[in-house]
Design a protein around this ligand. Structure first.
Ligand code: AMP
Ligand code: GLY
Length: 424
């Protein structure tokens, strides 16, 4: 079968890598893809939100399965676009509906969902111009630090954590009145700060049954020791060492089951991944956020651990065999280290020549922001490469990733030298 992957990051390259190993895979197309996806797929130029173009490509190339990587097209309703088009409706699109997309696309919607289905999360209240006059009192009733979240999508930048009450009041106004994050911050969720350790949970569901994928932990901060600005992710590991059976069973019972149950009760069409951002506070799990897609860079450590034929699994969704399929997880430890452009997550330059890639035999080097020109890879984004390794423990895996990184270079290249620092 022919497959179309929507997106251009390390996540999409890692997914293409897994799909390319499937017995059922004939040809893969990537829209728009990157320098690395070109090694396994045909890249097609275009915008991930151009649904008419995606339709044209799907029909022309007899696509049987579309995998949607990023949140934007999901929140914009790509699933509904496919299902309401007679020519596309039989294509298996791995993405949830627009309605389910609000779980990521609106923090207020997600919070109300969690409240309704008794899913543990930080206490909160939502504010907009209509009730802004009540916000100060609410902030005053809370303990610092204050967590302010833009309601809508803000490319991972819409969350502010502020120590000072006066500053929190002022930032809240800047978000709502001055549109600090555009229309995304017309509504702001203020919530209780949860002090704990985060982990990422991935659930594949067809809206009835579900499979829990390997958990992962990402390293979001730019600086060593988890300091500095937030990024899209500077590294990730899987499995998660502090996830024992007891904590896993709490996550299953208090979070995963009620979440899928809520999706069913709300009659949300769902055919894809729920990525539940969790935090462990005194041995209890709380939901920090929902995403309606796989994580990046978590995919780069989660998918390599999966032994199942991924296309067989996707094809079984919506049939009884999805429920019958057991996930087969490799018990090796996976770690990925992200190489980023100098300056990232603030402004950075593109177009730097990447050297050393041809000397490496590892097929787990995933391209995130690269482009291939005249047989040379150039940098083309903030996050450039994800260097994944798998080994019997994290020490070995990380050693392997770092020794490969020693051979890679581009002008301004930066990475965290301490991924996994908290595990040892
Ligand atoms: P979000 O976009 O909701 O995932 O928030 C981005 C990051 O902000 C999370 O990964 C957490 O590190 C942090 N964060 C969000 N909400 C809270 C909270 N209630 N308490 C503590 N940290 C939070
Ligand atoms: N790694 C976090 C995300 O994909 O949103």
């Amino acid at each position: 079968m022919n497959i179309l992957i929507i997106g251009s990051g390390g996540r999409e390259h890692a997914i293409i890598n897994s799909i390319s190993k499937s017995k059922r895979c004939s040809k893969i197309f990537a829209l728009p893809g990157n320098g690395g996806t070109e090694l396994l797929a045909e890249n097609v130029i275009g915008d991930v939100n151009d649904f008419e173009l995606i339709k044209k490509i799907s029909l022309k190339n007899k696509i049987s399965l579309v995998f949607v990587g990023p949140e934007d097209p999901i929140v914009n309703g790509i699933y509904d676009f496919f299902k309401s088009d007679p020519q596309l409706k039989n294509i298996n699109i791995i993405a949830p509906s627009k309605q389910a997309g609000y779980l990521e696309g609106s923090k207020d919607f997600a919070k109300n969902f969690m409240e309704k289905y008794n899913i543990p999360t930080a206490k909160h209240k939502t504010f907009s111009t209509e009730n802004l006059d009540k916000a100060d009192k609410f902030l005053e009733s809370m303990k610092p630090p204050y967590v302010l979240k833009a309601d809508g999508l803000a490319a991972g930048k819409g969350v502010l954590i502020i120590e000072d009450l006066y500053e929190a009041k002022s930032e809240l106004r800047s978000m709502i009145l001055e549109k600090k994050f555009g229309d995304s911050s017309a509504k702001v969720v203020i919530e209780e700060f949860l002090d704990g350790i985060e982990l990422s949970c991935f659930v594949l569901t067809d809206g009835i049954n579900y499979k829990v994928f390997p958990f992962a932990k990402d390293y979001k901060k730019i600086g060593e020791g988890d300091t500095g600005l937030n990024t899209g992710g500077m590294g990730a590991i899987s499995p998660v060492p502090f996830l024992d059976d007891n904590f896993l069973s709490k996550i299953q019972n208090k979070i995963i089951k009620p979440t899928v149950n809520g999706i069913i009760k709300e009659k949300m069409s769902y055919n894809g991944f729920i990525f539940i951002g969790l935090i462990k506070v005194k041995d209890e799990p709380y939901v920090i956020e929902y995403n309606v897609r796989m994580g990046d860079p978590e995919t780069e450590v989660v998918f390599p651990r999966l032994n199942n034929d991924i296309l067989e699994l996707f094809d079984s969704m919506g049939t009884s065999s999805f429920n019958d399929t057991k996930l087969s997880i490799n018990n090796k430890h996976a770690a990925t280290v992200i190489l980023v452009s100098g300056g990232y997550p603030e402004s950075y330059e593109k177009g730097k020549t990447i050297t050393g890639l041809n000397d490496l035999s590892n097929d787990l080097i995933f391209h995130a922001g690269t482009i291939k020109k005249d047989n040379t890879f150039l940098t083309n984004g903030g996050r450039v490469l994800a260097v994944t390794s798998m080994a019997k423990d994290f020490k070995q895996a990380l050693k392997s990733s770092y020794s490969q990184i020693d051979k890679i270079n581009f002008d301004g290249m930066n990475y965290r030298k301490d991924i996994g620092f908290d595990l040892f």
